[in-house]
Ligand binder design. Structure first.
Ligand code: ATP
Length: 366
């Protein structure tokens, strides 16, 4: 097992025109499951490929424990990688596929057999060892790819969107299995995804990336509850956080046609911003409608009058679109909600769950 340290890691393409990775500093702890999360093109795969040794950094250093690996070839790093495309060899049986990395490393035959059966049992594919990949389902092929990755007992396991080719139901099941397997093996794991639910449910910590940079690193609940910027706040959570332009007044926030009263402690933090514009944020699940769905965990609430503009009934939840002055705000309520378009409602905001961001930097103030 090993700690992975990225120091000011950069990768530029096309003579510096494309800054794929632009100064990443990150320590992945020994045995940790770290998720690199971000939109398409933000530099996740390039970061992973540099850790694997498949891409040479333009600048910066990579450490595995106290060993610098920045320019080492992949074979000298004791890493394993699992790709979205499975990448299992079609002309080899499942057994041969899993055994292959051990043969390259010249393990004795009985040790190979022991390890292949151990990995196959962990991934529940013992019954498929004699089959060829063409005779397997997508999910089974991905299990083979994971078994082949862990069979060498790598210091670092790298996974690049390994579940995105699976159907939704299988993806949820495999998510839990990979997480359990990693917890059991305690192998340092770096997992790339653009799926925030995958990140929230699997990661010990999440590193949110955008435009080649890591914006925030922390445990899932911390990134969800205390996002440090508008980008992180809106990337995590569905439906995404409501963001409204408001200005700070003494005792309240003034929006376009609505007013949010603030308790003294919150007002104290915002005092330097009086007279200025800020961005107000609240998640749809941190509000409720008076008389419809009370939430006992809300300690301090603020009331706001609005009008129902649209109702999305999802079965398990209802998303209300509520007109608030000139703005629209989404409210997520559990179960079925008997409200019709046009109905006047009183929203209760959980005031301890509000966010305020600086308008120009978009960094969090609260
Ligand atoms: P995705 O989720 O779509 O795979 P990503 O976050 O993994 O995206 P990268 O694949 O790391 O992003 O790409 C980051 C940026 O670098 C993109 O703008 C991409 O077009 C660019 N890029 C990646 N590889 C190369 C290359 N070999 N040559 C030029 N540009 C590249």
């Amino acid at each position: 097992m090993v700690e992975v340290r990225l120091e000011n890691l950069k990768k530029y393409f096309d003579g510096g025109k494309v800054k794929a990775v632009d100064g990443v500093n990150l320590t992945i702890k020994d045995g940790e499951f770290l998720v690199l999360l971000g939109p398409s093109g933000c530099g996740k795969t390039t970061t992973l490929r540099m850790i694997a040794g498949l891409e040479e950094p333009t600048e910066g250093r990579i450490w595995f424990g106290d060993r610098e690996v920045t320019y080492l070839p992949p074979k000298d790093r004791n890493i394993s990688m699992v790709f979205q495309s499975y990448a299992v060899w079609p002309h080899m049986t499942v057994y041969e596929n899993i055994a292959f990395p051990l043969q390259i490393r010249k393990f004795p035959r009985d040790e190979i057999d022991k390890r292949v059966r151990w990995a196959a049992e962990l991934l529940q594919i013992e019954g498929l060892l004699d089959r060829y990949p063409a005779q397997l389902s997508g999910g089974q092929r991905q299990r083979v790819a994971v078994a082949r990755a862990i069979v060498v007992e790598p210091d670092v396991l790298l996974m690049d969107e390994p579940l995105s080719n699976l159907d939704a139901k299988l993806r949820v099941a495999m998510r839990a299995e990979i997480k359990k397997l990693q917890t059991r093996l305690k192998v340092t794991t770096i997992y790339v995804t653009h799926d925030q639910v995958e990140a929230m449910t699997m990661g010990d910590r999440i590193a949110v990336m955008n435009a080649g940079k890591v914006l925030q690193v922390g445990p899932p609940t911390e990134v969800y509850l205390k996002p440090n910027s508008v980008f992180v706040a809106t990337f995590i959570g569905a439906p995404e956080m409501n963001i409204l332009e408001v200005s700070v007044a003494d005792g309240y926030l003034e929006g376009r046609g609505f007013r949010i009263e603030l308790p003294d402690d919150i007002m104290e933090i915002l005092r330097p911003y009086i007279g200025k514009g800020v961005l107000f944020g609240i998640r749809p699940e941190h509000m409720t409608v008076e008389g419809v769905s009370e939430m006992s965990h809300m300690r301090r609430t603020v009331r706001l009058r609005g009008r129902v503009d649209f109702v999305e009934a999802l079965g398990t939840d209802t998303i209300l679109h509520v007109k608030l002055g000139d703005e629209l705000i989404k409210v997520k309520l559990p179960g079925h909600v008997p409200l019709e378009v046009g109905k006047e409602v009183t929203l209760l905001l959980d005031i301890d769950m509000i966010h305020v961001f600086d308008k120009s930097s978009e960094n969090a103030i609260i």
